[in-house]
Design a protein around this ligand. Structure first.
Ligand SMILES: C[S@@+](CC[C@H](N)C(=O)[O-])C[C@H]1O[C@@H](n2cnc3c(N)ncnc32)[C@H](O)[C@@H]1O
Length: 238
């Protein structure tokens, strides 16, 4: 993590504190800083699930539940969302109540690396912009593998790094300088929006991430790079 005042705490605690601190501004900043593209990316995750009925879905690191709410349009029997940051969940719960989705979506505090669900409980597990924050990526992926049933699917939406000139250079300037400044100003958090580019910088992508999925037991991993590679969707089966 980027902020030295945090370095004595385990990553999980730092991440939890950071997301609790910015929870009240998270949705606004997400949509504003991405010019609303994040909404389209979550719709793409949903589209990967339309061809088959997925009755029980787990959304890991659900935050304020934007993906869980999007997935409710698939008409599943139930969606569970888990996150370690209760203030993010509280905002998600409010949105779910306002949309009348209380019977369909349940949010609860929970750690991706130690999921409180039985083996094979879900037909699909999703995680949007969450895996990068896990303390141990493999632990989180293995847990998602455990709780989905055979034939089930995992879908991971995560930031990646654009490669093409000159978009790469322009985007890097925005992501490293403009976004942290604006994010800090609006959220009043000194660390969250410098943590964002730093955590993306060193994070696994492309083949490297798909190998992590294989290591966790998933089969036939595939990827779709989105919006010039700003984000990538990975999916694989159990
Ligand atoms: C960038 S937000 C993404 C939220 C949401 N999925 C979205 O698409 O907007 C990352 C979330 O991951 C959560 N998180 C990080 N590590 C976690 C873990 N080990 N278990 C559960 N949630 C975690 C954070 O608390 C935060 O709410």
């Amino acid at each position: 993590m980027s902020n030295n005042s945090f370095t004595h705490k385990p990553k999980k605690e730092q991440v939890r504190t950071m997301f609790n601190d910015i929870a009240h501004r998270y949705d606004f900043l997400n949509h504003f800083l991405s010019a609303g593209i994040d909404i389209q990316w979550r719709k793409k995750v949903k589209r990967l699930l339309v061809d088959k009925k997925h009755d029980n879905i787990l959304d890991v690191a659900t935050g304020t539940a934007d993906l869980a709410i999007e997935l409710s349009k698939l008409n599943p029997k139930h969606i569970h969302g888990v996150d370690i940051a209760v203030d993010m969940l509280d905002i998600g719960k409010l949105k779910i109540r306002k949309k009348g989705l209380g019977n369909l979506i349940t949010l609860q505090e929970g750690d991706a690396e130690n999921l409180n669900f039985d083996d094979g409980s879900f037909d699909a597990a999703t995680v949007a912009f969450g895996v990068r924050n896990f303390e141990t990526l493999q632990k989180g992926l293995m847990e998602m593998h455990r709780v989905i049933n055979t034939g089930g699917i995992i879908i991971v939406l995560e930031f990646s790094k654009p490669k093409a000139f000159p978009f790469k250079q322009l985007y890097n300037f925005y992501f490293r300088f403009i976004l942290p400044l604006f994010g800090q100003f609006v959220s009043k958090s000194n660390s969250a929006y410098t943590y964002l580019p730093n955590s993306v910088k060193g994070f696994a992508e492309d083949e490297v991430f798909m190998n992590e999925l294989k290591k966790a037991g998933f089969k036939r991993p595939k990827q779709q790079r989105l919006t010039m590679g700003i984000a990538t969707i990975y999916y694989a089966h159990k």
